[in-house]
Design a protein around this ligand. Structure first.
Ligand code: PMP
Length: 356
């Protein structure tokens, strides 16, 4: 076969993102919402898609939804940007504030996509690891910021996969510490009920990331958004694919957002069920469970990869982080429906029992 020259050198050593989705009876691996969109909202979506102008390009910026999100957050359209999932906006972050000669501060273990995007765009990555209990090493982060070379940082609150929110006082100190752009990734904020939104009026260097994939049951649709000052949104507009958010996704997400109060009972149930998982996991011998403000729980157990396999053999798919850096022997289970959580807990208890 006639050969092809090498791809960009930044791609050397990059492994494509793998969500490790496998066929299973129970999916508790991707922090999805266990409930589908409520039936009445699905009906509204079907109506909205009747006679839909599929032949027309979408509104590039999705202004109808943009306005709804702005209004709900006490902001204006200029402060909101939609993306093809939060993932696209994370990529755009690396394109806008990263690049060759630029530096990104990362706080691992955290969502691996940040570092991958930085590497892809030739951005230097400075990792300031979390403490043993996965709390942010606040002094170390602030000391590193003080060196003055950081162009942007991402703080995930609550953090994925470890579960806890970042401390508000620390976030303020971080925003004060330099003019670097600080993204607070609030993909899971509906489960922690804390947002940095009130600080947008004060800090031009703050950008908040949110998603429809978790609390709003739309992981399959791909819709995320940024909240930021208009000057920051304008920079993101320069790199954005003109039609990144398709018109069908805009219509679906608009119907969901208009009916967002219908999702509150589901969110409350997830928070309640998180408590059940934390409590029950905490009682299991040999299991160290990490507290969570989110819709998943991380735990550590000896021979985690074998435990993961045992669960999978019983039809329960959770996420194996046991061979990831900083996360030795750690597994993450997403909060499912009450029934799913009981199946998971029963299967895990059985596996641990058999091994003891
Ligand atoms: N941020 C974090 C911390 C996440 O866990 C995820 C989803 N795994 C995202 C952003 C992106 O979500 P999505 O692309 O589905 O909006």
């Amino acid at each position: 076969m006639h050969g092809v020259r090498n791809s960009h050198p930044n791609l050397a050593g990059i492994v494509p993102y793998d969500p490790k989705y496998l066929p299973a009876k129970q999916y508790l691996s991707a922090n999805e919402n266990p409930s589908n969109v409520p039936e009445e909202v699905q009906l509204e979506i079907r109506k909205a898609l009747k006679g839909f102008p599929f032949n027309r390009y979408p509104d590039p910026l999705g202004n109808e939804l943009r306005d709804l999100i702005a209004e709900a957050n006490g902001l204006s359209r200029e402060n909101v940007l939609l993306g093809n999932g939060g993932d696209e906006l994370l990529f755009n972050l690396a394109l806008t504030w990263g690049g060759p000669g630029r530096t990104f501060l990362n706080v691992p273990p955290t969502f691996s996509v940040y570092e991958a995007n930085a590497r892809l765009t030739g951005t230097k990555v400075v990792n300031v690891p979390r403490k043993e209990n996965f709390d942010i090493d606040e002094e170390a982060v602030l000391a590193r910021m003080a060196e003055g070379d950081i162009d942007f940082a991402v703080i995930t609150s609550p953090n994925n996969p470890t579960g806890k929110m970042a401390n508000e006082t620390f976030l303020r100190k971080l925003l004060d510490s330099s003019d670097a752009l600080i993204m607070v990734d609030e993909a899971y904020f509906e489960f922690s009920r804390f947002s940095m939104r009130p600080y947008l009026d004060q800090y031009e260097n703050l950008v908040i990331l949110r998603t429809f994939s978790k609390a709003f049951s739309l992981a399959g649709v791909r819709m995320g958004y940024l909240l930021a000052n208009a000057s920051v949104i304008r920079e993101f507009l320069k790199v954005r694919q003109p039609y990144s958010v398709d018109s069908v996704s805009q219509a679906i997400a608009t119907a969901v957002y208009r009916n967002r109060s219908l999702f509150v009972p589901g969110i409350n149930q997830i928070i309640e069920q998180r408590g059940v998982l934390l409590e029950e996991l905490g009682k299991m011998p040999g299991v160290t469970v990490f507290d969570s403000d989110s819709n998943y729980v991380l735990f550590r157990v000896a021979d985690a990869d074998e435990i993961w396999r045992g669960l999978y053999d019983r039809g329960v798919l959770i996420r194996d982080f046991s061979h990831s850096q900083y996360l030795e022997n750690c597994l993450r289970v997403s909060v499912g429906s009450p029934e799913e959580n009981q199946v998971f807990l029963g299967a895990l208890a059985e596996i641990l029992n058999e091994r003891s």
